[in-house]
Design a binder for this molecule. Sequence first.
Ligand code: PLP
Length: 444
Amino acid sequence: MTHVFPRHTRAKLPTVAGGDGCYLIDTEGKRYLDACGGAAVSCLGHSAHAVTEAAKVQLDRVPYAHTSFFTSEPAERLADMLIAKAPEGIERAYFVSGGSEATESAIKLARQYYMERGEGSRRNVIARWQSYHGNTLGALAAGGNRWRRAQFEPLLTGAMHHIDPCHYWRWGEPGESPEEYGLRVANQLDNKIREIGPETVTAFIAEPVVGATMGAVPAVEGYFRRIREICDQHGVLLILDEVMCGMGRTGYFFACEADGIAPDIVCIAKGLGAGVQPIGAMLCSGEIYRTIEEGTGFFQHGHTYLGHPTACAAGVAVVGEIERLLPHVREMGERLQSALEAAFGQHPAVGDIRGRGLFRGIELVADKETKAPFDPALGLAARIKKAAFANGLMVYPTGGTIDGRHGDHVLIAPPFIFEDAQISELVDKLSGALESSLKTAAAA
Ligand SMILES: Cc1ncc(COP(=O)(O)O)c(C=O)c1O
């Protein structure tokens, strides 16, 4: 009998015993190809010795010191490395322990920034439906994942407002070009700001490539440039949540590089620690930082493990490894897309295969013509996850792709050390899992 409180109380999980490159190994010796990095975390695989060694060295030096007393060499170094690569204007790094803490910090910093400027009426945040920004209450309220929000709705602040996501394949009108569609949905932000009053809005928050909720959906060309324009026009801060899509996953160190824009605040996590240490960061513009510095001089936020030296030491090593692997991510990302298209492009249950770099999504449809989803009662995504895992493959299928209830997709986010052999194994095993799941779903 276990005393662990697991995610799913009825699930019987194997016990992990080891890792070897792109594979995890359980106590029975069974190997699992990790094609999703857990949840897009293990970007360097499971034997990232450069990172584990860096963490060990710091553990022996000084594992932890509270940030109200000390800064640390690893935190200083990691901040320098990230800021050197960050989008234009981003000058400061605030280290936390994960993605939700990063987005909470961003939301609170945006509010405090306007308080310091004497614009206390600014209190609202605008986000997008079918997004995810974390599970703490502020981040959950910002997120537009209806299923995750539903039972906690009474606890979620009314300061969060939502506009539609940008997913041309699903919502582009007949005859509408991707650019026209992008402008149309970006302009919803302008409408929403005007509706609730520009003087009440602190920030717009969005994932440059929507991750788990929609399955690796980048915005169309021009969408984020228009979003940036609208934010500037109304003095609204742009917060990009790169917790899942950042840190090289899309083939760019920061995902927003592909969209040709710079945010005021950007949140990263997951790949920053590569799973070796829990760490996230909120990076903000020099302008925001200086406003606090010249105002109260104190960001009224914080957690016990801010700037954790061991986590930062791991982060320093991770950044070095990612730098080395970025060209490989781009190349393998193209090969992965081609392999998925070759294997599944003509499949009657596959509607769309998309993504950037080693961040890919396959959206499933009951009808290829109409793009109608499968009946949610069939639980197709869950079936695929189970069948794949039984066959030694980890992928990240999720339901609710369209509206939190309808739609299924499979998210693929493998380690950056993925090679052709792993692409073949992934395609093979995923194909088997898809066929067997469709069969059992049809019989259900
Ligand atoms: C885009 C995005 N933001 C925030 C989070 C929350 O991160 P964490 O689970 O580390 O709190 C996630 C986690 O999946 C995410 O994908």
